[in-house]
Design a protein around this ligand. Structure first.
Ligand code: GAL
Length: 385
């Protein structure tokens, strides 16, 4: 072999080696996922960790669409908006861009730098409109406004147009608040200190519902639920996060009818996620410890209007008392299978929010009640089929 030939062969070898190296880097990225890996990085089809926190999923025309909070590296505020991803198998997700974009108009409630959390989208077949609800806080006002934001689109992936933000059910009493509670003259002014026995009793008796009766009820962590009859409901942490409200939406899903109930008064539930199975409604919530995880709770009802009965933590095994370091956001019925529901939760990383992880676990049933246990890795086939 002369010198030129060996140089030539060396170069061919090098370029083949490089090609193989580059290919394997890429193929790692594009390798389709075949299982769920709760708590791990979850790359989308372009190799970027999915950025859709506090999210929810809608199934439309054979495809799942996941909407969630876009998060950056340093702040939990909304600098981009609500992101959307699509998938046909639930393991592999393609970015569909930003469904609801924040704006640069300082006068808009959704100005860049506001807080947008826990977006959920439902479809109204009568109007053929996709409706998005989310928790909205105004820029620079912390979590004080406690409003719900509303947006709509003709197309599932958006762009969603912001409609308005408000506190729901202004001027309406909860169905399950007694006449005595409605007419009580005890006000927040009567209490110098929170958390006393008397204050707790007053909260349970609707102290904050009365305070907010005219301006509308506080609405923070939230979800939406469409029942079999097409009626939609907005479920939100109200009354200073002390009591959940479940409220009926109008037929076009664009406002509240004024019919609502209080659930677990003073029970400190947030992060509500709900599903229906065999005529019963199951709601999984968390306690209120901000970004820190706590134990999940389970509420069960035979009628959406209650009574809702509290059951122990549905999670079992190691770290069940911290919901496997996560907080509920949505419960997804898997299409095409009866009795297959996925518990979706967030592992928050408040110091680097974009690194927040997703914990998706199967909901299994034990003695008629949901049970959630940890899987390092699992597939729909393995657990449900
Ligand atoms: C959590 C809530 C999150 C976010 C956070 C802010 O309790 O579930 O959505 O609002 O508090 O501290």
């Amino acid at each position: 072999m002369n010198h030129n030939t060996s140089v030539f062969l060396f170069l061919v070898g090098l370029s083949l080696g490089l090609t193989t190296y580059c290919y394997s880097q890429k193929s790692d990225v594009f390798l389709p996922h075949t299982a769920f890996h709760p708590g791990q990085l979850w790359p989308d089809s372009e190799g970027n960790h999915i950025n859709a926190h506090g999210g929810g999923i809608i199934f439309h025309n054979g495809t799942y669409y996941w909407f969630g909070e876009h998060k950056g590296e340093n702040s939990n505020a909304a600098w981009v908006g609500v992101t959307c991803y699509s998938s046909s198998d639930l393991y592999n997700w393609k970015s569909e861009g930003v469904g609801l974009q924040v704006v640069d108009n300082e006068l808009s409630p959704i100005v860049r730098g506001c807080i947008i959390e826990r977006p959920k989208v439902i479809y109204n077949p009568k109007t053929e409109i996709f409706v998005m609800y989310f928790h909205l806080e105004r820029k620079g006002e912390g979590y004080s406004r406690a409003e719900v934001g509303l947006a709509q689109s003709n197309s599932v992936t958006g762009p969603y147009q912001f409609i308005r933000s408000f506190r729901p059910n202004a001027g309406f009493w909860p169905h399950n608040m007694s006449i005595g509670q409605r007419q009580s003259d005890i006000t927040t002014q009567d209490f110098e200190k929170w958390w006393t026995t008397e204050w707790r009793q007053a909260v349970n008796d609707g102290l904050f519902v009365r305070r907010d009766f005219e301006g509308g009820q506080m609405s923070r962590d939230m979800t939406l639920f469409v029942d079999d009859d097409g009626k939609a409901y907005h479920i939100y942490a109200s009354e200073e996060n002390l009591t959940l409200h479940l409220a009926e939406l109008t037929d076009d899903y664009l406002s509240h009818t004024g019919k609502y109930i209080r659930i677990e008064p003073g029970g400190h539930n947030e992060a509500p996620a709900i599903f229906k199975k065999d005529g019963r409604y199951f709601m999984i919530t968390s306690g209120c410890t901000g970004w820190e995880p706590n134990a999940a709770r389970l509420l069960v009802a035979h009628n959406i209007w209650g009574p809702w009965v509290l059951h122990p933590n549905p999670c079992v095994g190691d770290n069940a008392h911290l919901t496997f370091f996560s907080q509920s956001t949505f419960i997804l019925p898997v299409q095409g299978l009866s009795n297959a529901y996925i518990f979706m939760a967030d592992q928050w990383r408040p110091k680097n929010p974009i690194d927040g992880r997703y914990v998706w676990l199967p909901i299994e049933f034990h003695n008629g009640l949901p049970l959630i246990k940890w899987y390092e890795k699992w597939t729909i086939k393995q657990v449900f089929e």
